[in-house]
Design a protein around this ligand. Structure first.
Ligand SMILES: Nc1nc2c(ncn2[C@@H]2O[C@H](COP(=O)(O)OP(=O)(O)OP(=O)(O)O)[C@@H](O)[C@H]2O)c(=O)[nH]1
Ligand SMILES: [Zn+2]
Length: 362
């Protein structure tokens, strides 16, 4: 059919629907379900879901379930039964740990053990990709007819998950000269993913020889550190020091990857910061929100370097995972160049946690 939407186009619509609080229809071999992000659920939409009948559950990741003392029978996720009398405030309290300490008792929460969790798993992957809290209402639909004419976005859960896991393909959009304090001979390249995701940037210093190892940095966006000069992390000084070293050596490439907050987005990172003010460390805060410690896809950086013609790098990092991921995805890391700058009283504990729990090198 002319203008039939592709899977990628439908996923982008579904992502926008999720952020708007519009349900999405997911289907699989064992049936279909309407899914709605808990963070943005309204009383009207909750009533609409209940009007269809059926057993409403809230899908949470294993990390969030652990904090809430809910049994995760599915391993990586829990399906919490939503009692009839519970409202949007209750759902939000389960999704968002902000008030966990003030109101610790939300349960006892009953979780499902029987039945399949495939649709729930796909729904969680979709809300995460929309940078919402990983908590989704799931209503199984015995009869699709009731929702057929509503114009909701429909997706096959298996195809959705496979597509979300696929390596992002980036295409160059434009590059232009940018003289910088760190280096006169700078050039900014913009890359756009084919899957409708966010753009990433490469800052090339000088004219690095593609046949030799290039001094490289994979820098993940940190609005608070890079722009505001936050003292809570070391990102701003690392960014400046990396550019300065490339300027001194006369050549290098810095990838500025829009993976804010280790891939959870700025809103969720600020939620994590708010939890850190309650006494949790950077890893615990991510877990309480329902995320993994690090949700970044480092294949993006590897792909970008390859696209730009680089095969061997001297990587500026303290994170051994970056080295492993580049090595695993077609780059030869001939040297790890330590990048220890910007330690402050405010970020000392953060850096120590990264060393103790995430294997960062001191
Ligand atoms: N979720 C979360 N993200 C954070 C926190 N503090 C900083 N970040 C993010 O962490 C990322 C740090 O990125 P990088 O400096 O590239 O990576 P790294 O893993 O620290 O490794 P190297 O700096 O290369 O040693 C950025 O995306 C920041 O926004 C935090 O407390 N919670
Ligand atoms: Zn930072």
């Amino acid at each position: 059919m002319a203008f039939a939407l592709t899977l990628v186009e439908k996923i982008n619509r579904a992502r926008a629907d999720m952020r708007l609080g519009v349900p999405v229809l997911l289907s699989g071999p064992d049936g279909a379900a309407l899914v709605l992000a808990a963070e943005v659920a309204t009383p009207q939409r909750l009533a609409d879901l209940r009007g269809l009948g059926g057993e409403l559950v809230l899908a949470l990741t294993r990390h969030r379930a652990e904090t809430l003392k809910a049994r995760a029978y599915d391993g990586d996720l829990a399906r919490v039964i939503v009692p009839q009398e519970m409202d949007c405030a209750w759902l939000r309290a389960l999704a968002d740990p902000a008030d966990d300490l003030r109101h610790p008792m939300k349960g006892p929460l009953m979780t499902k053990r029987d039945g399949q969790a495939d649709l729930h798993r796909a729904a969680l992957a979709l809300v995460k990709s929309a940078q919402l809290l990983p908590a989704v209402l799931v209503l199984p639909l015995p009869d699709m007819q009731a929702v057929q004419d509503l114009g909701l976005t429909m997706l096959d859960a298996e195809l959705l998950r496979a597509e979300l896991q696929r390596e992002t393909v980036l295409a160059p959009v434009i590059s232009a000269r940018l003289p910088m304090v760190a280096a006169q001979a700078g050039r900014v390249h913009i890359f756009r993913p084919r899957d409708g995701g966010v753009e990433h940037y490469a800052i090339e210093i000088g004219q690095p020889d593609r046949t030799k190892p290039v001094l490289a940095r994979l820098h993940s966006a940190c609005f608070t550190g890079d722009v505001l000069g936050s003292l809570k992390c070391d990102c701003g000084p690392q960014l400046q020091a990396a550019l300065a070293q490339m300027g001194r050596e006369g050549a290098g490439v810095l990838l500025y990857l829009n993976q804010e907050g280790r891939g959870i987005g700025l809103a969720n990172k600020m939620r994590a910061y708010s939890l850190q003010d309650q006494g949790f460390d950077t890893v615990e805060a991510n877990h309480r929100l329902g995320f993994e410690d690090d949700e970044r896809d480092f294949r993006i950086g590897a792909g970008l370097l390859r696209t730009m013609g680089f095969r061997q790098v001297r990587l500026l990092t303290n994170n051994p995972r970056k080295v492993e991921m580049l090595d695993a995805h077609g780059l030869n890391v001939v040297e790890r160049v330590a990048l220890r700058v910007g330690e402050t009283d405010e970020n000392r504990a953060y850096l120590a946690t990264k060393a103790a729990k995430s294997g960062h090198l001191l």
